[in-house]
Design a protein around this ligand. Structure first.
Ligand code: NG6
Ligand code: CA
Length: 490
């Protein structure tokens, strides 16, 4: 008995003699309901499901924002994006928004002896004020904020420049064909999605009609860099190859891999071997491709006998969207599929669908398999929690050590989560409050219900997860309580 209580008092770091590897697979725009373990039947996701089955499936896991840049910012810095100006969706030529001097997750783990790597979608800006030098050395890049290795795209698949950047250099750049990027005026002589619309291989529905790269209209203009341009069809293979390479090269020491998938963001152009794998068109096929990528990571961990002491976490940066700017049949071929599962809204939305996302974690050495957890967990807590697991002292403005909840030892988790969309909402216990104010009810372009009403809305998620019944008038005292908490956090 005495020994047991002594053990319980020991910090986690002492108990896990060997620091676990940490692999964070971060999908883009995948909804809670887009995976089979959360109810999808029109698409199967055996690899993602395997993480949940051999670990924990969280039903109340939240990203901090209903769009990409702020979610990633909070997840890597442990600081709410709303506390810092300029953390909204960034153009592809934005400067790095994480100050190398501020505490962050990769630098913290590096300090703890980890080899750290990021592969995939970055979208947190690159270079100094004024933006990156595409034809020289791009600095600061992820390598200046604690990543030993980076192989990324600057922003998104639909934003120029459509090139990969490794450790601060554009991959395969021919100096005789320099890159020029403009998020303002078109570049002279360059074809655009407006002037040459009939040449496009995938038509746009809104925006996405500037530069044409690989037959697809993009946001922003670019010229040059022909040899460095990516082929969308090969992107999943490309990034997966780099992620696997990082794991193989890091196997002798604890490592942290942040594998930020491009899928299933637009443009959805899966490799031909995945085309037609679902009845849902490119969006469904991109989910199959996502699952394949996750499977490749599980496979290499098995092969290198690293699975046992690797903490692997799968999640997403925001909720689902169907038409995000290209005519890719996501709406017409949806059928009965429910991308956000039982939740209302999606990407851009204050409703649960905006920020309640797939969250599954496996760590065989430490976590009992086969659990479903309703604990409130937020990606904002990853820095402090992973630091605690790695045994590194670190402080972050908004990040809490939630290792008990994330490792399945407690069903409680946070007492509240903040959800950033058009405005800041709060969930506390089972209650959810979306403040009233000016704003769009529905995103006219994507069709998403945003939940941004003139009047405040209060929902009881235990009885009404779909947020259909506004209880604000019936429970003014709850509204006050949540308002107060939100103001205090703010
Ligand atoms: C929007 C884009 C959308 C997507 C989003 C960012 C238009 C009309 N829409 O501005 O397609 O790129 O930005 O998505 O340009 S995120 O997942 O990176 O936040
Ligand atoms: Ca996203």
């Amino acid at each position: 008995m005495k020994l047991l209580s002594l053990l319980a008092a020991l910090p986690l770091s002492v108990l896990s003699a060997e620091k676990p590897n940490i692999v964070l697979i971060y999908a883009d725009d995948i909804g809670f309901g887009d995976v089979s373990i959360n109810g999808a039947t029109a698409v199967r996701t055996p690899a993602i499901d395997r993480i949940a089955k051999e670990g924990i499936n969280f039903t109340a896991g939240y990203c901090t924002s209903a769009t990409c840049t702020p979610s990633r910012f909070s997840m890597l810095t442990g600081k709410y994006a709303f506390r810092q100006q300029g953390t909204g969706i960034l153009p592809g030529d934005a400067a790095l928004i994480i100050d190398p001097a501020q505490p962050n997750l990769p630098a913290t783990l590096k300090k703890g002896g980890y080899r750290t790597g990021v592969v995939g979608k970055w979208h947190l800006g690159l270079g100094p004020k004024g933006g990156p030098d595409w034809n020289g050395t791009i600095k600061p890049s992820p390598n200046e904020i604690g990543f030993d290795f980076s192989h990324i795209m600057a922003a998104t698949g639909d934003r120029v420049p459509c090139v990969y950047v490794e450790d601060g250099k554009v991959v395969n750049l021919d100096p005789a064909d320099p890159i020029e990027v403009s998020y303002g005026k078109p570049i002279d002589g360059e074809k655009t999605g407006v002037t040459h619309r009939s040449e496009l291989t995938m038509d746009w529905s809104h925006g996405h009609n500037n530069a044409i790269v690989n037959g697809i209209g993009r946001i922003g203009h670019m010229k040059g860099g022909a040899k460095a341009l990516w082929r969308d069809e090969d992107m999943a293979d490309h990034f997966t190859g780099q992620a696997v390479r990082f794991i193989r090269e890091s196997k002798e020491q604890p490592f942290f891999l942040y594998f930020a998938l491009h899928d299933i963001h637009v443009p959805r152009v899966p490799h031909p071997r995945f085309v037609g794998k679902t009845t849902m068109g490119p969006r469904g096929d991109a989910i199959v491709q996502t699952d394949w990528q996750v499977g490749e990571i599980l496979k290499v961990l098995d092969e290198l006998k690293l699975a046992e002491n690797t903490l692997i976490l799968f999640s997403s940066d925001n909720g689902p969207v169907l038409d995000d700017g290209y005519k890719d049949d996501a709406v017409t071929k949806l059928g009965d599929h429910k991308p956000a599962g039982p939740f209302r809204g999606g990407k851009y939305s204050s409703f649960e669908g905006g920020t309640r996302v797939c969250t599954m974690l496996r760590w065989p050495a430490r976590v009992k398999p086969g659990k479903t957890s309703a604990a409130l967990v937020s990606q904002t807590d990853f820095p402090k929690t992973f630091a605690a697991i790695a045994g590194v002292e670190a402080g972050f403005p908004d990040s809490l050590d939630q290792s008990a909840a994330l490792l399945g030892e407690s069903e409680t988790g946070r007492d509240h989560v903040i959800q950033q969309a058009g405005r800041l909402s709060i969930r506390m216990g089972d209650w959810k409050f979306i403040p009233g104010g000016k704003g769009e009810r529905k995103n006219q372009k994507t069709g998403t219900e945003l939940g941004n009403e003139a009047a405040g809305q209060l929902f009881d998620l235990s009885k009404d997860p779909g947020e259909t019944k506004n209880l604000a008038k019936e429970h003014p005292e709850k509204v006050e309580e949540l308002k107060k908490k939100l103001a205090a956090v703010r």
